[in-house]
Structures are given as C-alpha cells and as structure tokens.
Design a protein. Structure first.
Length: 310
C-alpha cells in the first residue's frame, strides 16, 4: 500500500474527507463544522473537484485549509465535461488553484478517462505541470484497469507515474477487487476510494423504507437499485445489531481494511451525519467480523472465465 504525505511529511490519514457537498447540501456553516471535526479527528486528506457545486466546493475548502495548508493534503480533479487537452488542463488547474488559494495542488486527478485526447498530450502536460511545481501527485479517477496501465506506460515516457487512483468501492460495488486494486498494488499506486456507504444504502436508513436520494435521485436509484444490494444492506444492519457496532462504521472500516486502500473518503451533509463515519477511523475489524461482512455480498467474477482456477 503506497503512502502519501502532506507537505510537512505527515502520512495521509486512514480516512479522508470528500467535500462534494460543500456549497450544495452543506452550507458554509455546516461545511466548517465538518472540516473542524475532521481536523480534530486527525484527518488530513481533503478531496474536491473543479465541477463540484459550480466551484463553491473548491472555494469553501480553500478558505478552510489556508491556515493549515502544509498539514493537509489537498486533492482536486480536472473538469469531467471537456477534453483533457493541454490547454484545458492548464486553464482548469489555474482556476482550481485560485479557488483553493494555493500555488501547488497536492494531488491532481483526471476525473474521467478521455478517449478523445491522445494520452501523450494529457500525461505529458501533467508531467510538465509536476516539474513546474504546479502539482505534486498525478491521480486518476473512474479509470478501468486497462486504462490505468495504458496511462502508466505513457507516464513512464515522461519520467513520471500515476501516484493515486480514486475508484468507487463499497460492499455492494466490489468490481474493483478483480483488476483495479491488484493493478494498483502491482504499480505501487495509492488507492483512495469513494462512496464506502453506497450512496447511503449501507447506513441502514433504507431498511425501514426511509426517504432519501436512493429513491429521489435517478442516478443513485439505478446504481443501487438491485434487490440483492438491498438484501446485503439488511444483512449488514443485522450484523451491526448483533455486534453492537453501527452499520456505517462497519461499512467504512470494511473498505479501509483492504490492503490496497490508502485512505477511504467519507462525506456527509452535516457533522451529526458525519460522526458515525469518523468513528470508523479507529475501528479495526477482527478477521471473523471482516469475513462475516464480506460474505454479505457476492464475490465478483474473476477477470478470466477460468473460474475453476480461483
């Protein structure tokens, strides 16, 4: 598992915070309370993106981190609605840098794989930006394993490498276990997964039919709408009750326990909603409990069809 460090040399925390809600469902007061709670708990990785809440997420986060910029690792992502060309990367980086109030962005991700731009242009530009001190680490988000490996080979031409991968990973979204996580281990790429709670499915709130974005948001309803996923959530809630550990803590700690994972991103709308995820920071699952959680969802099929060899 690759380790990331802040500018002052401190290893990145086991959990990181995703600021996608800042300036949206989390107003500035709620955002500040969550930021301060994270700092108080020892979290030092804060993640945002150019596209989040029209730039407000970067702006709000930038104001908060200003006094502690050397003590935290700030990650943001290039736009996901335009080509990853040299001109676009430099222009969007400059805008993100201004919003965040920093000269150097610690971790700069590509938000999506761009098949319309030559990889040599994209990663050659990122390598230049790195050598110019504009970014410290190159990251990729939502890339398939083959895309990671292809990009890594291109990076080598420019004397650099992909340092971080940010995939979706949770108890009902385990496809990354097949090729992405093994590839990251092989290539010494840090992994900072997002959505450990499955869009809220694994919190247990939907077990009793509560309202929420899994019902109101078409994207999340489609992503987590399969019956077996809800059965897994019910199983996790039952296990939480029998173990006297909240389902949220179990779900977050389960993701964090994977040997490929460097820092798991948690998020919320307010500090009370955030606290159960923060409580997972110091939860070490026993082998037995980890195995019980794992058995709640199907193991993804192997990368080849020779399943008899696994």
């Amino acid at each position: 598992m690759k380790r990331l460090k802040t500018k002052n040399g401190t290893a990145v925390s086991r959990l990181g915070f995703g600021a996608m809600q800042f300036g949206g469902t989390a107003d500035e007061n709620n955002a500040r309370e969550m930021f301060e709670a994270c700092i108080g708990a020892g979290i030092n990785l804060f993640d945002t993106a150019f596209s989040y809440t029209g730039g407000e997420s970067e702006r709000i986060l930038g104001a908060f981190v200003a006094p502690v910029a050397d003590d935290v690792l700030i990650a943001t992502k290039a736009p996901n609605d335009r080509p990853a060309s040299a001109a676009n990367l430099r222009a969007s980086h400059d805008e993100s840098r201004k919003r965040l109030g920093v000269d150097t962005i610690d971790l700069y991700y590509l938000h999506r794989f761009d098949d319309a731009t030559e990889l040599e242009e994209t990663f050659g530009t990122l390598a230049e930006m790195q050598s110019e001190g504009m970014i410290r680490h190159i990251g990729v988000s939502n890339f398939a394993a083959w895309q990671i490996m292809k990009a890594q080979a291109v990076c080598a031409k420019f004397g650099t490498q992909i340092d971080v991968c940010q995939p979706m990973y949770n108890l009902v979204k385990r496809q990354v276990e097949v090729e992405i996580l093994p590839a990251c281990i092989d290539q010494d790429i840090a992994v900072c997964p997002f959505s450990p709670l499955g869009g809220g499915l694994l919190t247990g709130k939907y077990v009793d039919g509560a309202a929420g974005r899994l019902k109101d948001d078409r994207t999340y309803a489609a992503r987590y709408g399969q019956a077996w996923m809800h059965e897994t959530a019910r199983g996790l809630s039952a296990l939480a009750e029998s173990s006297s550990i909240p389902a949220i803590e179990l779900a977050v700690a389960w993701v964090a326990r994977h040997p490929a994972v460097t820092s798991t991103l948690i998020s919320a709308r307010n500090v009370s909603q955030l606290q159960p995820s923060l409580d997972a920071l110091n939860l070490e699952l026993s082998d037995d409990l980890f195995a019980k959680i794992t058995k709640l969802s199907p193991t993804p099929a192997p990368a080849t069809d020779r399943s008899e060899d696994t």
